[in-house]
Design a protein around this ligand. Structure first.
Ligand SMILES: CC(C)(COP(=O)([O-])OP(=O)([O-])OC[C@H]1O[C@@H](n2cnc3c(N)ncnc32)[C@H](O)[C@@H]1OP(=O)([O-])[O-])[C@@H](O)C(=O)NCCC(=O)NCCSC(=O)C[C@@](C)(O)CC(=O)[O-]
Length: 315
């Protein structure tokens, strides 16, 4: 029997473009452009839009306007607006801005934790403890994110057991869901299944999420491999925007349009309007003068242009 018969019927697609996708831009992206993008993505039906990061502006200048972004968006009922929070200073700003989900983020390697958040993995967990307590008191969802779960640009190989240990620590914090992130996009399907299998020993599989960058072109294959394990939440970035400031050479997340095309083709419901996401991808790539890195997005734009009798655009 086909292994495609036992996939989840519904998958949550978490849109991280406004944060992960734009955090690495060399030129400042105006708040109004970010707000417009977020509003288009929520209107497309994406259930969770990672809209902001309340991190130090000295470390990631692009995220400096996060409070203004959160104040400017048109809140769509049912959409969760999530934001990265590294410490209590960020948590105070996130709560004041009315985020619906806070994301505490650490790493599966000590070297990456030091580069990204200037502390050890154990110190990061202690830093997150009051953040987690504040999230619970405020009734805000808590997500944990684990970078470099499939390989680290500083350390190299990362063992699944090391990832599972951070999953366990994040579970102890009370995280509602936990992301397994392939920050530099080096993972392949077998390695992805090994990491999810090890992680699921510490936290329920259906509360784990896959966050894949597409540096080596493996992201869709990795999503399919994770789907086959029962993972039902994936992160993606409209038009494949992005890269990580502390992982040189890493490309963007897998494109949301490509993920939706895959999932819908497999008969999996997402509740998201692919056309509206493709149009949002076209909007943001024009607004910041970037190539559109979504294969499905470019193909559909060309198809729709041809249907209108317009010349195809080779964006
Ligand atoms: C964690 C820190 C703050 C430690 O940074 P630090 O320098 O060790 O912190 P500190 O406590 O010593 O504070 C230094 C200064 O920063 C300020 N500060 C301190 N905290 C905040 C805050 N929250 N908001 C605003 N300002 C803050 C603080 O007030 C102080 O200001 P000063 O007195 O010098 O004027 C820093 O390392 C940081 O902000 N790192 C964030 C790095 C980051 O955002 N990386 C990208 C996101 S992670 C990612 O992309 C991976 C992910 C999630 O997508 C998954 C994947 O693919 O891997």
């Amino acid at each position: 029997m086909s292994t495609l018969n036992h996939l989840p019927k519904f998958v949550e697609v978490v849109e991280v473009g406004p944060r992960d996708g734009l955090q690495n831009e060399a030129n400042p992206v105006p708040v109004a452009v970010k707000v417009d993008l977020i509003d288009r993505l929520s209107a497309a039906g994406l259930p969770n839009v990672e809209a902001a990061a309340f991190v130090s502006p000295k470390w990631v200048p692009q995220m400096a306007g996060s409070s203004e972004v959160m104040a400017g968006i048109r809140r769509r009922p049912g959409t969760v607006y999530s934001a990265l929070v590294p410490n209590m200073k960020g948590m105070e700003a996130a709560l004041a801005a009315g985020v619906g989900e806070v994301v505490v983020f650490s790493a599966a390697s000590e070297a990456f934790a030091q580069k990204n958040i200037n502390c050890s993995i154990a110190e990061s967990i202690e830093r997150f403890r009051p953040v987690a307590e504040a999230a619970k008191s405020a009734g805000v969802k808590l997500r944990g994110s684990i970078s470099v779960a499939l390989g680290c640009p500083y350390q190299g190989a990362v063992e699944p057991s090391a990832v599972a240990e951070v999953v366990r620590r994040m579970a102890d914090l009370g995280c509602d869901c936990i992301d397994i992130a392939d920050t530099i996009g080096v993972g392949t399907p077998g390695a992805v299944q090994a990491v999810f299998e090890a992680s699921a020993a510490a936290f329920p599989m259906d509360k784990l999420a896959g966050h894949f960058h597409d540096t080596y072109g493996q992201a869709l294959a990795n999503i399919l491999a994770a789907l086959q394990m029962g993972v039902a939440s994936f992160h993606s970035s409209v038009a494949g925007l992005g890269g990580c400031p502390y992982a040189k050479g890493a490309t963007g997340n897998v494109a949301t349009e490509d993920v939706l095309y895959l999932l819908h083709g497999l008969g999996i419901d997402t509740g998201v309007n692919l056309r509206a996401v493709v149009e949002a991808g076209d909007f943001i790539t024009r607004a910041i003068n970037r190539p559109n890195n979504s294969r499905a997005g470019k193909a559909l734009l060309a198809k729709w242009a041809a249907e209108q009798g317009e010349p195809a655009c080779a964006a």
